[in-house]
Design a binder for this molecule. Structure first.
Ligand SMILES: Nc1ncnc2c1ncn2[C@@H]1O[C@H](COP(=O)(O)OP(=O)(O)OP(=O)(O)O)[C@@H](O)[C@H]1O
Ligand SMILES: [Mg+2]
Length: 257
């Protein structure tokens, strides 16, 4: 469904992605793990065409998108839903307006159909009766779920989740993980999930890929990743402050005396 070959992206001197290669099979869930700032969101935004890569190829459903005119890209984007890290809700719109934003803007549907879609999508993420609430009245976890409902009401073929369980309680996190698995099993959705949450990674992934220093340094099933011997992978999955990860030495804090 998605094929990325030799993708490069820098911001000035800051080289973020270096010859990244990644394939996501149709109907599979690929989890991307890696330290904060390693370029996970940049990767998702590059696939969405929100950021323009410096070089390399991205094919979505067989179509090369890196040099696609905006109008053609929009057709591809309609197949992809992105659940943004912070929710990315419009502050001035209530929950229902946020969830139905794309439906209202770009599709000619009658109000009853739209209202039904809103209700169904909110029910899928376990939120009911919140249609009239404003984003400022929602908790962080609720915002995430509204953002997911907004994606679901588009019946997407592909879903990108940027940190879907970060900052939500363990019970909600598990419900989100279950939903990600169900969407794959029942609707054959292809997904990329970016996360630091290894519990979530093991639960939802068909394959896990770890990005380090701009590159994919390990890739495999949850079991293969759990058994990986690469010291950087081991440090990350065990959550150790000390280890070979060089760009994080400042994170080894001193001891209180
Ligand atoms: N629009 C931008 N302009 C300039 N630099 C950017 C931009 N977006 C991201 N970066 C830089 O790219 C690097 C990777 O950022 P990115 O947001 O992809 O990290 P991440 O892996 O998603 O981290 P986190 O886990 O904290 O979300 C960072 O050094 C960041 O400063
Ligand atoms: Mg990010």
């Amino acid at each position: 469904m998605i094929e990325i070959v030799n993708l490069n992206k820098s911001f000035g001197e800051n080289v973020v992605l270096k010859n990244v290669n990644l394939t996501i099979e149709t109907g599979q869930t690929k989890v991307i793990i890696g330290r904060s700032g390693v370029g996970k969101s940049v990767l998702l935004k590059s696939i969405m065409g929100i950021l323009i890569p410096d070089s390399g190829s991205i094919k979505i459903d067989g179509v090369e998108v890196t040099d696609l005119p905006e109008k053609e890209y929009n057709k591809i984007r309609m197949k992809i839903g992105m659940v943004f890290q912070g929710g990315a809700l419009f502050d001035s719109m209530n929950v229902a307006e946020n969830v139905a934003f794309v439906l209202n803007e770009f599709m000619r549907l009658d109000k009853r159909t739209v209202d039904k879609k809103i209700e169904e999508s909110l029910a899928l993420v376990g939120l009911q009766g919140v249609e009239d609430m404003m984003p400022s009245e929602l908790s962080g976890g609720m915002k995430k779920r509204v953002s997911l409902a907004r994606v679901l009401c588009m019946d997407p073929e592909v879903i990108f989740y940027d940190e879907p369980t970060t900052g939500v309680d363990p019970v909600t996190a598990d419900a989100i993980n279950t939903l990600i698995v169900e969407l794959r099993n029942k609707l054959d959705v292809t997904s990329i999930v970016v996360t630091h949450d290894m519990n979530s990674a093991y639960k939802v992934a068909d394959k896990i890929a770890m990005i380090y220093s701009g590159q994919v340094i390990a890739e495999g099933t949850p079991q293969e990743i759990q058994q990986a011997t690469h010291p950087v992978v081991r440090q990350f999955i065990n959550g150790d402050a000390k280890g070979p990860i060089t760009d994080g030495e400042h994170l080894v804090f001193g001891h209180l005396t």
